[in-house]
Design a protein around this ligand. Structure first.
Ligand SMILES: [Ca+2]
Ligand SMILES: [Ca+2]
Length: 279
């Protein structure tokens, strides 16, 4: 039997109560729908999960996963033992590709599924676990992690403004990184503004660097050790008609640093005006 207590975890400025088992896993709490989980590496389970005792009947559990822009939510189910019915209509797990059940359903699982992994397209994920009134299994245990999608094939971002960070920021990025953030403008008349408040790469000529590239492949900016964009008051802008903007990050095979945190904003281009920080 696992003992539980309520811990108030601070996520940003919002206090979110999370039910923790003594081993630090987040269990189902039917009174919290959803339980919000933002720490990569968190293990989450059905109620009473210990691999042997069954979960209760008539359960409705919801878990919401919150990563950062540029990351993907990755849910790895280490153990699933549920009642199995046709179309998984008795006891089941649903995984959604977004913040709630209005998002696309990625998978619906029941019975004894062999170590599935669900990968969300973005930084939000949502899981629902349901049990009916009869026949229970031992439940499930799963792990929430996040990955940097930009550095695993690239990511397309359509939000008007947001943040992008190097892998593992503020810890060191890795060797041989190859990352692309594509900032997709809603119309050709839009420009993209980019600025940084932190930038640290290897201090050797063009070993690790960041580029800003327009839709035709023209390099608008190259930032590296000697020409970094550390001043957050310096805004780099594309022009109207330059279309979508790629921000790329490349590192070579040795020596890493803390990397960078950058911001973007898309706006209608007004000739003769200086971009301001206001949206
Ligand atoms: Ca059942
Ligand atoms: Ca390097």
């Amino acid at each position: 039997m696992l003992f539980r207590f309520v811990l108030t975890a601070l996520i940003g400025m919002v206090a979110v109560p999370v039910v923790l088992a003594t081993d630090g896993t987040v269990a189902c709490d039917p009174s919290l729908r959803p339980v919000e989980i933002s720490e990569s590496g968190t293990v989450f389970t059905s109620l009473n999960y210990n691999g042997t005792a069954p979960y209760p009947p008539n359960q409705l559990c919801e878990y919401k996963f919150i990563g950062s822009v540029g990351q993907n939510v990755i849910l790895t189910f280490d153990d699933i033992v549920l009642e199995e019915c046709t179309d998984c209509n008795c006891d089941y797990i649903e995984v959604y590709d977004g913040p709630d059940d209005t998002s696309n359903l990625l998978t619906k699982m029941c019975g004894n599924v062999n170590t599935p992994v669900a990968l969300a397209s973005g930084a939000d994920g949502f899981v629902r676990f349901v049990s009916d009134e009869s026949t229970q299994g031992t439940g499930f245990s799963a792990t929430f992690t996040v990955g940097n999608a930009a550095c695993e094939g690239g990511v397309v971002l359509t939000e008007i403004n947001g943040t992008f960070v190097s892998p593992n920021f503020p810890l060191n990025y890795g060797n041989s990184e190859d990352c692309t953030w594509t900032l997709k403008v809603p119309e050709d008349s839009y420009r993209v503004d980019v600025w940084f408040d932190s930038f640290e790469v290897e201090d050797r000529c063009m070993s690790d660097y960041v580029k800003m590239v327009d839709s035709t492949g023209n390099v608008l900016q190259t930032w590296w050790w000697e020409e970094g964009p550390q001043d957050p008051n310096v805004i780099f802008s594309s022009r109207s008609g330059q279309g979508d903007i790629d921000i790329t990050f490349t590192s070579d095979s040795s020596v890493t640093r803390n990397g960078f945190r950058g911001y973007w904003r898309m706006g209608r281009y007004l000739p003769g005006t200086v971009p301001s920080r206001d949206i």
